[in-house]
Design a binder for this molecule. Structure first.
Ligand code: NIG
Ligand code: FE
Length: 408
């Protein structure tokens, strides 16, 4: 059966492709689930579409991509946040057995169904803002079975909701109690046993490691990355968040898809990431919630030509937020991104951070026909409103989504 040819006309387009064009009188042609043609409406090829949609002159962008979340978790850490408000540091709480480990205890005690039920409303909040691709990490299980449980829930969310879920194994998030004082043995177990088992079960799209004084060293990260490479699994890194251990230089050298956080990175790291084609993922909600003051090297990333992405980092500790639009606002105000950079950060560059460059995150021929029609007068409004959602209609795989739209 021939794939449906759809015309989407009378639109203002922010293409977010390599040319990052703004087209005032634009149109899109989609065939099946992909974009076939994008351009000025007056230059439309002479075809007879099966369906035609008049978008009423509204702004259209690629659907949003959240390329870094820990969305599947149990309970919350509001009590720790209250402690931090009284002056205790995140690292201090972590060293005392709280932090990530307190979410590990909650996750291990939760059933798969509970985990799904707690995570689903968070996912729904992202989708309501026009997200159609989201990365979800493990990292609160820290046993083979509990990491598998988290990743299965992430996959199940992707089946239950109109969203593409990319899963990342972050077993190297912190040393679990069972391996206290034996971080090297833990990395060996993850690299030699867990990663192959979970990858063969189809649960792992990428591998991540928290490279930090309170987590894992560069040498340990490199061992895990070598195991991932042997399996053909791409790698990513939480790097230079609280200090500079040299993680991002190593990750760039090993061709990581992305390095994330980067508050303590500098010019050398920016140049290395740009040269390697590793996306620099900025996580301003964590910066905000930790009352951090050390900013990522945005000017250096910009001048090196790095792909700067912006993500929510949704997690119960450092970033309890479910709004990618708010992350865009924080990336502009707190880190100095331009409105255009913030938009590319949640579209084209976020796709690159997930290894989906060219397939998603741009209005371009060959890309997925995932896009959002917005109730805005200018696309700059997307990183401007705080707590207001200007989404009009979400189109995924060229289908107008009945949910989460009020009307379609
Ligand atoms: O990206 N940095 C490490 N991981 C998370 C925080 C996880 C947590 O505190 O639960 C982050 O900020
Ligand atoms: Fe994170």
């Amino acid at each position: 059966m021939a794939e449906t040819l759809r015309l989407w006309r009378h639109a203002r387009l922010a293409t977010c492709d390599a040319a990052a064009r703004r087209i005032e009188r634009g149109a899109l042609l989609t065939r099946g689930a992909r974009i076939e043609w994008v351009g000025e409406e007056q230059a439309l090829p002479a075809v007879t579409p099966d369906e035609s949609h008049d978008l009423g002159g509204a702004w259209v962008t690629p659907a949003l991509i959240d390329c870094h979340t820990h969305l599947v978790f149990a309970g919350n850490r509001a009590a720790e946040y209250a402690e931090r408000l009284r002056g205790r540091s995140y690292a201090d709480i972590a060293r005392a057995g709280g932090g990530i480990l307190s979410s590990v205890r909650a996750l291990r005690a939760a059933s798969e169904q509970q985990l799904f039920d707690e995570s689903a409303p968070r996912l729904a909040a992202f989708l309501a803002e026009g997200v159609t691709t989201i990365e979800i990490k493990s990292g609160y299980g820290l046993t083979l079975e509990d990491e598998a449980k988290m990743l299965r829930v992430a996959r199940e969310l992707g089946r239950a909701f109109p969203v593409t879920v990319r899963t990342t194994l972050l077993a190297a998030h912190t040393v679990p109690p069972e391996y206290q004082g034996r971080a090297d043995d833990y990395i060996d177990a993850v690299a030699r046993e867990w990663l192959p088992a979970l990858a063969h079960a189809g649960l792992v799209d990428a591998v991540d490691v928290f490279c930090e004084g309170i987590a894992f060293s560069v040498a340990q990260a490199e061992r895990l990355f070598a195991a991932a490479r042997a399996l053909g699994v791409p790698v990513k890194m939480h790097a230079e968040q609280l200090s500079n251990l040299g993680g991002s230089l190593a990750a760039a050298r090993l061709g990581a898809l992305s390095c994330d956080h980067l508050e303590y990175a500098g010019e050398a790291e920016a140049a290395a990431l740009a040269a390697a084609g590793s996306a620099a993922v900025l996580l301003p909600v964590a910066f905000y919630c930790l009352a951090d003051t050390h900013k990522p090297p945005v000017a250096a990333l910009r001048s090196a030509g790095a792909a700067i992405a912006v993500a929510s980092d949704c997690n119960p500790g450092s970033a309890p937020g479910t709004s990618l639009l708010t992350a865009m606002s924080m990336a502009t105000r707190l880190f100095g991104l331009t409105a255009e950079e913030a938009l590319l950060g949640v579209t084209r560059h976020a796709a690159q951070a997930l290894g989906l460059a060219g397939q998603r995150g741009a209005l371009a021929p060959g890309a997925a026909a995932d896009f959002v029609v917005w109730n805005v007068g200018a696309v700059e409004e997307l990183g401007y409103w705080i707590g207001f959602n200007p989404r009009r209609t979400v189109v995924r795989a060229a289908e107008v989504q009945r949910w989460p739209n009020q009307k379609s």
